[in-house]
Write a protein that binds this ligand. Structure first.
Ligand code: NAP
Length: 246
C-alpha cells in the first residue's frame, strides 16, 4: 500500500477522474476526504470506498466557497490532526469561440478551475508548513500546454494552474512540500459530453494509442505522485495523454 495512512483531500471527487482518484487512494491505504458539490454522489463514493474496506469521509465542498473549504479543513484536522495530500481536481468547461464567449462563461471557469485551486491550497498550506511536509497535486490539461479551439477560458485557467504549481514548488519545496501538475489528454468522463461523437472519433484516431484515456489512468498518476516513490518530483508538469500532443 503506497499511501498507507496518508490523509488525502480530493476535490471534485464524486465523479470522473476525481472519483477514480478517491477509489485508488483508498485502495493504496489513504484516508480519503471526498469533496464535491453533489452530496448524493459524494455519499455513494464514500460508501463504495468503505464497502471495499477503505477509509473515507465526505464533505460538500464548493471550491469557489471559502467557508465550505474552511469547514472541511477544520473537520479534517480535528479528526486526523494532519493533511498529507491535496488533489485540486475540481474543474469545469464552458466552451465557446472567443467572439461568442460571454464574460460569465469566462469568469465561471476561472473561478472554479483557477481560483478554486488557489482557495483550497491556501486553506491547507499553513497546516502543511507546520508539519514540514505535504503534497499538492493539481489538474491542468494538455489544453494548459497548447491551448484549444473554443477554450479561451479553460486554457487560461489551465495555463495559470501550471504557473501556480511552479511558484509553489519554489516557495514551499524547502519546507518539505511538493507541488506538481498533471496534464490529462482526452479522458472518458462526462466533461467530454458536450463534444460530438464524430469529433471524439477523430480525436481517438489522432492519439497514438488509438483511444481515449480512462479516469483510472490519471488516478494512477496522482497516486504515484502522492507516494514517497515520487519524493524528488517537484514543480513537474506531467502529461498523461497517450501521446495526443505528438
Ligand atoms: P467531471 O467528470 O465533470 O468531474 C468533475 C467533478 O467536479 C464533478 O463531480 C463536478 O460536479 C465537480 N465540480 C464542479 N464544480 C465544482 C465546484 N465548484 N466545487 C467542487 N466540485 C465541483 O470532470 P473530469 O473529466 O473528471 O475532470 C476532472 C479534472 O480533470 C478537471 O479539472 C478537468 O479540467 C481535468 N481534465 C479532464 C480531462 C478529460 O478529458 N476528462 C482532460 C484534461 C483535464 P458536477 O458534475 O455536479 O458539476
Amino acid at each position: 500500500m503506497r499511501l498507507k495512512g496518508k490523509v488525502s483531500i480530493i476535490t471534485g471527487a464524486a465523479k470522473g477522474i476525481g472519483q477514480a482518484t478517491a477509489l485508488k487512494f483508498a485502495k493504496e491505504g489513504a484516508k480519503v476526504i471526498v469533496c464535491d458539490i453533489d452530496m448524493t454522489a459524494v455519499n455513494e463514493t464514500v460508501d463504495q470506498i468503505i464497502v471495499n474496506g477503505g477509509e473515507a469521509v465526505g464533505f460538500r465542498v464548493d471550491v469557489t466557497d471559502k467557508e465550505s473549504i474552511a469547514a472541511m479543513v477544520e473537520s479534517v484536522v480535528n479528526k486526523y490532526g494532519r493533511i498529507d495530500t491535496l488533489v485540486n481536481n475540481a474543474g469545469i468547461v464552458m466552451d465557446a469561440q472567443l467572439k461568442k464567449m460571454s464574460e460569465d462563461q469566462f469568469d465561471r471557469v476561472i473561478d472554479i478551475n483557477l481560483k478554486g485551486t488557489y482557495n483550497c491550497t491556501k486553506a491547507v498550506v499553513d497546516i502543511m508548513l507546520e508539519q514540514n511536509s505535504g503534497c499538492i497535486l493539481n489538474a491542468s490539461s494538455i489544453v494548459g500546454l497548447y491551448g484549444n479551439f473554443g477554450q479561451t477560458n479553460y486554457s487560461a485557467s489551465k495555463f495559470a494552474v501550471i504557473g501556480m504549481v511552479k511558484t509553489w514548488a519554489r516557495e514551499l519545496g524547502k519546507k518539505g512540500i511538493r507541488s506538481n501538475a498533471v496534464c490529462p489528454g482526452f479522458i472518458s468522463t462526462s466533461i467530454l459530453n458536450s463534444i460530438p461523437r464524430k469529433v471524439i472519433d477523430a480525436i481517438e484516431q489522432r492519439v497514438p494509442l488509438g483511444r481515449l484515456g480512462k479516469p483510472e489512468e490519471i488516478a494512477n498518476t496522482y497516486a504515484f505522485l502522492a507516494s514517497d516513490e515520487a519524493s524528488y518530483i517537484n514543480g513537474a508538469v506531467i502529461e498523461v495523454s497517450g501521446g495526443a500532443t505528438l
